[in-house]
Design a protein around this ligand. Structure first.
Ligand SMILES: [Zn+2]
Length: 335
């Protein structure tokens, strides 16, 4: 009772519109830090069937988890497209959804979930995997071999031979093999993959539906999905020479423009942490005509953020919806 009266009295006091109160209000706002838009760009890779058994949980999210996250975001923040990203000073928090690499499950699972809620998103695609015409990501080759339940053993040439009797064992083998692969020189790594393809003749068939094709892309373009480049071959830019970097960054833009039939002005750096790209690459991105480029550096973005090194927060399938909520809130608070 007493508390209620106290609150009412205080409310009454602050509501009095006196010249003194108006100047107090002005002073308080003058000394408060200038607040402005903060944009949280979320980074996803794959959206998979709820029964999916795969390798790295930071690279996929189940459809069910994805839908719960979209519902939470939509209830709490405006969700805009990357093209709409700007630095208006109106103290808003907003969210952008992005996907790296260009897996086909984005068409199968992510698109319907986004469409249902009328949410825009951007897919950064590695152009050489479109239509499964050329390249395959090496981690997918190994993942498909190791997580296929029908295989009880696997022979991976220089990477070793392993038994695969349980999901636990498959996960351990996958971790071991990834570490071994990363230590190989690039010519050894290519040779190993060639030998694996020769041994497992049907593997390419198994990988047929793994990446987006042109029809998927055209269908997605009609439904608030935009496409940006993620280089030609997912090459780590810091490890290549100038000419190759120009081909990966500028060349992929032209290739993708032919497919989407319009200008491509969004880019994301493969892997995208500080060691993966140089200032030279940021300059090439700018010169090639990209308007925005996303890294994988952690944080939200405001007017001080370089538009060619936008920060993102990577979502993990490990997170419960409460952990997702606190990760989003923490990102807005800390960065
Ligand atoms: Zn990538």
């Amino acid at each position: 009772m007493f508390e209620n009266q106290f609150i009412k009295r205080n409310l009454h006091y602050y509501c009095i519109d006196s010249p003194r109160n108006r100047s107090l209000f002005w002073l308080r706002n003058f000394f408060a830090p200038i607040k402005e838009d903060k944009t949280l760009i979320l980074l996803y890779h794959r959206v998979v069937d709820d029964n999916f058994q795969g390798g790295l949980e930071r690279l996929f999210i189940t459809k069910n988890n994805f839908e719960k996250q979209l519902d939470f975001l939509q209830e709490n923040y405006p969700i805009i497209s990357l093209e709409e990203y700007n630095h208006l000073k109106n103290n808003k928090k907003q969210v952008i959804i992005t996907f790296d690499d260009g897996y086909r499950d984005l068409y199968t699972y992510a698109l319907p979930a986004l469409q249902q809620r009328n949410i825009p998103a951007t897919v950064f695609i590695t152009t050489s995997i479109i239509d499964n015409m050329g390249d395959y990501f090496w981690w997918d080759i190994l993942e498909l071999l190791i997580f296929n339940n029908e295989r009880k053993e696997v022979m991976l040439e220089e990477l070793g031979n392993y038994t695969l009797n349980s999901l636990e064992e498959r996960r351990t083998v996958y971790d071991t093999v990834l570490k071994k692969y990363k230590k190989l020189e690039s010519h050894e790594a290519n040779k190993t993959i060639e030998k694996i393809f020769a041994r497992y003749g049907k593997l390419k068939e198994e990988m047929k539906e793994l990446y987006l094709n042109r029809e998927d892309i055209h269908e997605m373009l009609k439904n608030k999905i935009s496409f940006g480049s993620h280089t030609r071959e997912h090459t780590i830019l810091s490890g290549i020479d100038d000419e190759q970097a120009i081909a990966e960054i500028g060349g992929s833009k032209k290739e993708l423009e032919k497919i989407v039939q319009k200008e491509v002005n969004l880019f994301s750096y493969p892997n995208g942490v500080r060691k993966d790209f140089l200032q030279r690459d940021v300059d090439i991105v700018k010169k090639s005509g990209y308007r925005y480029a996303c890294s994988s550096l952690y944080g939200t973005n405001d007017s001080k953020t370089n538009p060619h090194i936008l920060k993102r927060v990577q979502v993990s399938n490990h997170w419960s919806i409460d952990e997702f909520r606190s990760s989003v809130e923490r990102a807005f608070l800390l960065s």
